[in-house]
Design a protein around this ligand. Structure first.
Ligand code: MN
Length: 738
């Protein structure tokens, strides 16, 4: 290289790399620097310097601040060649490695993104998109280094460019740096941005700090000496750093707490770095011994690390001059991770395991999602958003970021904008080119939807192409609303073909006895409603038919069971059954003359069973009450009471009586041992089920036993009564009535 300054800058870079990575590939790094030098030859920065100054400086940041590997250094040196020179991805891949070429390509992609300032949610999406686009974490680290150098040299840009870049830095790059745990870089980015965004406030803060600097520095030196002396006494190996709050954090405090600079509480912070965790707590003890701790300000992030892995002890104490200050105590490793975050982790990993693969960065992904100080719930939630795998971020033509599920297509995008956009879509452009509707969108794509008022609306295929539930449901809605007739026709034809497929005839479905049950099974009021649901895709024909099929099988089975129960009782051949249309006319085995489907109950006074002569009484509101003809409550006298004649009605037993009826027997017995046992045996031998049995003794030493039982009919009852009569001691058996 010709230029001496450039040569010196390069030597400094090599020296820096050698200090942390003596086995770096210096031949490759030099080759990268030379390629960058040639490729950018003739280009100049706004400052008038040769362009190569910039990539060298970015590589310097990548080395000095982040201590990254040889590949990252090469990529940093080459980071602008694809974008700004004729040099291509292929050339870099060939001359260096595909990994380096991919890193450069990744940085270029981020460079191409145009930002406009937006509301918070949009900014958050932009940040996520940037991280998502940096498939290799080194891409975003190089990009941040690039931005840092550009911010450091922003003075040569036009005022409007300064404002725009500063805003972008404040809203995108500083938060990402923070999220990646790189505090030092975050501060510098914030301070540099503030300088252009609010120059007056920035100057005021900086000049106040400068004015008081001797005083502040004296205070810090004094304090440091005090702590240093005590720790030396105790033989604790340590390093102490003192710093003032950086301008932007003072600025923010002044604004948010509405304070002037003198009121900012903790302008100073000290950091003590020790060898091990035990010493962290020892140092804390020493600090609290020398100074008075301010209550409520001690935090143990070693015992309980922050979600992003940050560890440290924090305490705020009152200094001897009445100036409060914060002390952070941590080990060297905790310190590296706090200052350089991801990069430090990356360094530790790299030294342990050699160069990395994607899988190694899993932990980074988790880290990326975490804001420092986010609470546990938020942390868990953010873990669920695996934005690398599940999401894709694309731009609308006016720069809004749209967040879609991975694999999303222009259809998903259109419906995400508005259902009216989707319904009127006639074409789509990605990055200015017409694409097919099934094109999978990539992070950073600019998507434009072409619409027409004469659009025919979505096609049914769109439902298969769309990836998001949102789009699918909106398309379904459209079909439901706009295409009712067509839906019904389509639904009907797919339903019918599915029926045929299952060997069910339409006649069976339309059978008035089956249809209401089947419709209930598919939650539709009418067949047409079901056809429409099938037609617009809300319900599949297969599902409808399979539910109906199940229901028809159940009905069939029920019929068969009924036959099996009825045959022995009736003693009639099966073929006779269809000729007896009695089912609809009898109620609990009772046929009420002239009345179908009326409510029937059996009177409690005489408990009739099939075979008994019976008569019905029309009650007020409880249907027909059935009495035995010999019940005192249905006596001739009562039947002819004035005003009551019309209420007595002829009833007969049908052929489809219930399996059993409740009735009551009373037995008068001479009490003896085991009487109840013998009665039980009689009940069992006649297959009689017992609902209740109670016994009471009369004054003349007889027992009256009341049996509440269920019998099939009068024959069954007669058989039981005979059995009971044969029991010794049973004197009399009656059916109580009245
Ligand atoms: Mn650059």
């Amino acid at each position: 290289m010709l230029n001496l300054d450039i040569q010196a800058q390069y030597s400094h870079l090599e020296e820096t790399i050698r200090s942390y990575n003596p086995s770096a590939d210096f031949a490759q790094i030099q080759a990268a620097a030379e390629l960058a030098y040639r490729a950018h030859d003739g280009q100049r920065r706004k400052s008038g310097e040769p362009y190569i100054i910039h990539p060298l400086a970015v590589a310097q940041i990548v080395a000095e601040e982040l201590k990254l590997d040889s590949e990252s250094i090469c990529a940093a040196l080459l980071h602008d060649v694809i974008e700004d020179t004729p040099c291509t991805h292929e050339e870099i891949a060939k001359a260096f490695s595909p990994t380096i070429a991919n890193l450069v390509e990744g940085v270029s992609k981020l460079t191409r993104i145009q930002y406009a300032t937006k509301e918070d949610e949009q900014m958050e999406n932009l940040r996520k998109m940037l991280i998502a686009m940096s498939k290799d974490i080194r891409v975003i680290l190089i990009k941040i280094s690039d931005r840092l150098h550009n911010m450091r040299t922003m003075e040569y840009q036009s005022p409007s460019k300064q404002k725009q870049k500063s805003l972008e830095t404040m809203e995108i790059y500083a938060p990402i740096s923070h999220r990646l745990g790189m505090q030092r870089i975050k501060w510098e980015l914030e301070d540099l941005s503030l300088k252009y965004l609010d120059p007056v406030a920035y100057d005021e803060i900086v000049s106040r700090l400068d004015a008081k600097r001797p005083e502040y520095e004296a205070f810090m030196a004094r304090t440091r000496a005090q702590v240093d002396a005590r720790l030396k006494d105790m033989n604790i190996h340590h390093t102490i750093y003192g710093r003032m709050k950086h301008p932007y954090s003072i600025y923010r405090k002044m604004f948010s707490q509405n304070k002037n600079m003198d009121e900012i509480f903790d302008l100073f912070a000290f950091r003590v770095i020790v060898d091990n965790v035990g010493d962290c707590y020892n140092v804390l003890g020493v600090i609290h011994d020398i100074y008075t701790p301010i209550p409520g300000r001690f935090k143990d992030y070693i015992g309980t690390p922050k979600p992003n892995g940050y560890q440290s002890l924090h305490t705020t104490v009152m200094g001897t001059d009445g100036i409060p200050f914060e002390v952070q105590i941590r080990t060297q490793e905790m310190h590296d991770i706090a200052e350089y975050g991801v990069a430090a982790h990356w360094k530790y990993k790299q030294n342990g395991q050699g160069s990395g693969t994607e899988g190694k960065y899993e932990w980074v992904r988790r880290l990326l999602e975490n804001q420092e100080g986010a609470d546990a719930e938020e942390y868990i939630h953010s873990l669920k958003i695996d934005m690398f795998a599940d999401e894709v971020f694309v731009f609308t033509p006016n720069g809004d970021v749209q967040n879609l599920p991975a694999g999303a297509t222009p259809i998903d995008f259109a419906y995400a904008i508005h259902s009216a956009v989707g319904n009127r879509m006639v074409g789509a452009k990605v990055n200015g080119r017409i694409v097919t509707f099934d094109r999978q969108l990539k992070n950073g794509d600019i998507v434009e939807i072409l619409t027409s008022k004469n659009a025919k609306g979505p096609s049914r295929d769109w439902m298969k192409i769309a990836k998001s539930n949102e789009a699918r449901s909106k398309i379904r809605q459209w079909f439901k609303k706009e295409k009712k007739e067509e839906n019904i026709a389509n639904g009907r034809s797919s339903f019918e073909s599915e029926l045929k497929h299952c060997g069910i005839s339409m006649k069976t479905v339309l059978d008035p006895e089956n249809l209401p049950i089947l419709l209930k099974k598919v939650n539709c009021a009418t067949l047409e409603e079901m056809y429409a649901a099938i037609g617009y895709g809300g319900f599949s024909a297969q599902k409808a038919v399979s539910r109906m099929h199940g229901e028809l099988q159940r009905i069939e089975k029920q019929h068969q069971q009924e036959k099996q129960v009825d045959v022995p009782v009736e003693g009639k051949p099966d073929v006779m059954r269809p000729a007896v249309p009695k089912r609809s006319k009898s109620e609990q085995g009772i046929i009420v003359e002239g009345l179908d489907n009326c409510l029937v109950k059996f009177s409690k006074c005489c408990t009739p069973v099939p075979g008994d002569d019976i008569i019905g009484f029309i009650t007020r509101g409880y249907g027909v009450s059935v009495h035995r003809c010999d019940c005192p409550n249905a006596s001739e006298e009562k039947r002819h009471m004035p005003g009551q004649e019309g209420r007595w009605i002829k009833v007969t037993w049908g052929k489809d009586t219930n399996e059993s009826y409740p009735t009551v027997l009373e037995a008068v017995c001479k009490d003896r041992m085991n009487l109840i046992l013998d009665i039980s045996a009689a009940l069992a031998s006649t297959n009689t089920s017992v609902c209740g049995l109670n016994s009471r003794s009369t004054e003349d030493e007889f027992a009256i036993i009341r049996l509440e039982i269920r019998v099939r009919d009068d024959q069954h009852l007669k058989a039981l009564m005979n059995k009971l009569h044969q029991i010794s001691g049973v004197l009399k058996i009656t059916r109580p009535s009245g």
